[in-house]
Design a binder for this molecule. Structure first.
Ligand code: 13P
Length: 335
């Protein structure tokens, strides 16, 4: 087994998932503004350190995705953040893209940037303790979108990124996110997501990326958030499995879903059903941002000194998702 494959299997071991705490300063500021907490480096660190030192990190969270600011910060006990995460038995990771910008040639769509100078940045992050990375491509569904141009250019960037990351002995998370914004049907989401993922793998193979050493981070197959035709969670799970079975090569060891705007319990319930019906060889886990942090952030914003209370809420969500990643969750555990 390769070193990269070992890292993947360690991160996703026995229902463990990933905490996506890599919100850029701009996004984190929006989240903190939303709960009336000033977005200072100290407050961003305080909230994140509270989560990273929670008890269930050890049993449930196999990896934490950090933002550039956080990976360079020190904890209240004067450890680096990667040291804290490793001490908790988890693996530090880092977002390395520099954001989605307007795509020249199709200005309603986005292309993710960050390839220039990436090799040098990766070396620095490795030295700081990172062992895996994230890059997110983003796609919209509307009449003619995502366009061939967006599907092609984002897949190309994801593949060039992945090849550089593996060259630097880290595991790339490949995240092609088809957004849930809009009035489209789940069937439409299924079709577009399948096309997007297939193109990503064409490019990953062209760029000689070792597929055993990546984690795919896709969206689940959902109807758009403005669609009138919502589908049952059972159907979400079955369509998601069908899509991944048909578009992901068998060598890929693990898939970790993004939550993408689903509520906390919805994201857990859908992951549980995916695992209940999982007839693929893939590990199916989570790499949630909002669906792991929302309630904890809300509580913390009103009780900024209550570390235990905040951690209790985070511990619960982490535990629920780890049960769901093994198909062992049920609604009554939420009470
Ligand atoms: P959400 O789970 O909030 O969608 O965030 C996951 C993520 O990392 C998006 O890039």
């Amino acid at each position: 087994m390769s070193d990269l494959n070992n890292i993947v299997l360690k991160i996703l071991d026995r229902g463990k998932g990933i905490l996506a705490a890599d919100e850029s300063t701009g996004t984190m500021t929006k989240r903190l503004d939303g709960v009336n907490v000033p977005s200072t480096p100290e407050n961003r660190l305080l909230f994140r350190e509270t989560l990273f030192s929670a008890a269930n990190m050890t049993e449930c969270i196999g990896g934490v995705i950090l933002y550039d600011e956080t990976i360079k910060q020190q904890t209240s006990k004067k450890n680096t953040i990667p040291e804290l995460i490793s001490k908790m038995g988890s693996t530090p990771g880092i977002k390395v893209d520099t954001g989605a910008k307007i795509l020249a040639g199709s200005p309603n769509e986005k292309i993710t940037e960050g390839l220039d100078g990436l090799r040098e940045r990766l070396k620095e992050y490795y030295k700081l303790g990172a062992r895996f990375t994230k890059w997110r491509g983003v796609y919209i569904i509307a009449n003619d979108y995502p366009s061939k141009l967006s599907i092609h250019s984002n897949a190309h960037a994801l593949a060039r990124y992945s090849a550089l990351v593996q060259e630097c002995n880290m595991v790339p998370i490949v995240e092609p996110e088809v957004l849930m914004d809009g009035g489209h049907s789940a069937e439409e989401c299924y079709k577009k997501t399948s096309e997007v993922i297939k193109k990503c793998f064409d490019e990953l193979i062209l760029h000689k990326v070792d597929l055993k050493g990546i984690i795919l981070k896709p969206n689940m197959i959902l109807a758009g958030n403005k669609s009138k035709d919502k589908i049952l969670n059972e159907e979400v799970a079955k369509l998601t499995l069908k899509c991944l079975k048909n578009s992901v090569p068998e060598e890929v060891p693990g898939i970790a879903f993004l939550s993408g705007g689903q509520s906390e319990v919805e994201a857990t319930e859908n992951l549980n059903l995916i695992n209940k019906y999982n007839d693929t060889g893939f590990i199916m886990s989570y790499s949630y941002g909002r669906a792991l942090q929302q309630s904890a952030l809300k509580f913390w914003s009103k009780n900024i000194k209550d570390i235990d209370g905040t951690q209790k809420i985070f511990n619960h969500r982490a535990k629920m998702n780890t049960l769901a990643a093994q198909g062992k969750w049920s609604k009554d555990l939420e009470c």
